[in-house]
Write a protein that binds this ligand. Structure first.
Ligand code: HXC
Length: 259
């Protein structure tokens, strides 16, 4: 398979590694990138030699969010009829083998949500997590309002989503969002070590463990996600979404009019 916006390789013939590769845009996640990511993960999932996958980004950014430039002109009709997010991002949820997020730098908005879609997150000490969508006149739309409170509790999730502030790696570890924090230059070694350990176990036991933990975690997640997506799509009908994203694209401060 030929990919443009991700790099794909295997390690020790057993671990599939996807590196997000839009460095100039801080790995902003557009449709093409998410299509490629879904295809790569599905191929790893179908390959009997692969026992675990890792998604990573660059030192500066795991991913700074969904691509605001692409979203800026979307209408409600575009996102609702096009099944935005559901169509390709949700493919990650169908992967049955473990997927580890190895996060350095910014994991914001959709980037934080992508990391949370993975089974666990190993963070470098320079990682910064946040859901800044509120600054753009929208809300998280790839599961953030559902997975973040499950991971860090209501108080911190409300704090992060309503203020749009970032939290550093040690706060994220204390809050339970990430499983381990390591020095930046040790990030891939640590993630690979965990992946290889998983690869040594029975694939069936590993898949069953993942499925079972997700059962506990996702009780009413489906309803929550659908609810969130409808609100997220609806916000593309507001003038404030246009203003928030236009302000970002044109590097000015947004002035919201509550309409
Ligand atoms: C498109 C982005 C981007 C994004 C950064 N860039 N984030 N482009 N979408 N999400 C681009 C910038 O426009 C810039 O392009 C280049 O990447 C480098 O970014 P800078 O801002 O110059 O870097 P820096 O000053 O270091 O600031 C880093 C940053 C900032 C704090 C991460 O870029 C930022 O605030 N980005 C937006 C974060 C955000 O709001 N994320 C949520 C998006 S909404 P040029 O061409 O100028 O060099 C979202 C919706 C989720 O994710 C719901 C559905 C999934």
């Amino acid at each position: 398979m030929n990919f443009e916006l991700i790099n794909v390789r295997t390690e020790a013939g057993r671990v599939g590694i996807v590196t997000l590769n839009r460095p100039k845009q801080l790995n902003a996640l557009n449709d093409q990138l998410m299509d490629e990511l879904g295809a790569a993960l599905k191929a790893f999932d179908a390959d009997p030699a692969i026992g675990c996958a890792i998604i990573t980004g660059s030192e500066k950014a795991f991913a700074a969010g969904a691509d605001i430039g692409a979203m800026a002109s979307y209408s409600f009709a575009d996102v609702y009829k096009g099944d935005y997010i559901t169509r390709n991002w949700e493919q990650i949820r169908s992967i049955r083998k473990p997927v580890i997020a190895a996060v350095s730098g910014f994991a914001l908005g959709g980037g934080c949500e992508l990391a949370m879609m993975c089974d666990f997150i190993i963070a470098a000490d320079n990682a910064r997590f946040g859901q800044p969508e509120i600054k753009l006149g929208i809300i998280p739309g790839a599961g953030g309002t559902q997975r973040l409170p499950r991971a860090v509790g209501k108080a911190k999730a409300m704090d992060l989503v309503l203020t749009g502030r970032m939290m550093d790696a040690s706060e994220a570890e204390r809050a339970g969002l990430v499983s381990r924090v390591v020095a930046l230059d040790k990030l891939m070694d640590e993630a690979l070590g965990a992946a290889l350990m998983i690869c040594d176990y029975s694939q069936m036991a590993v898949m069953a463990a993942k499925e079972s933990i997700n059962r506990a975690f996702e009780g009413s997640l489906n309803d929550g996600i659908v609810f969130e997506r409808r609100l997220f799509h609806a916000l593309f009908a507001t003038a404030d979404q246009k203003e928030g994203m236009d302000a970002f694209v044109n590097k000015r401060k947004a002035v919201f009019q509550n309409k």
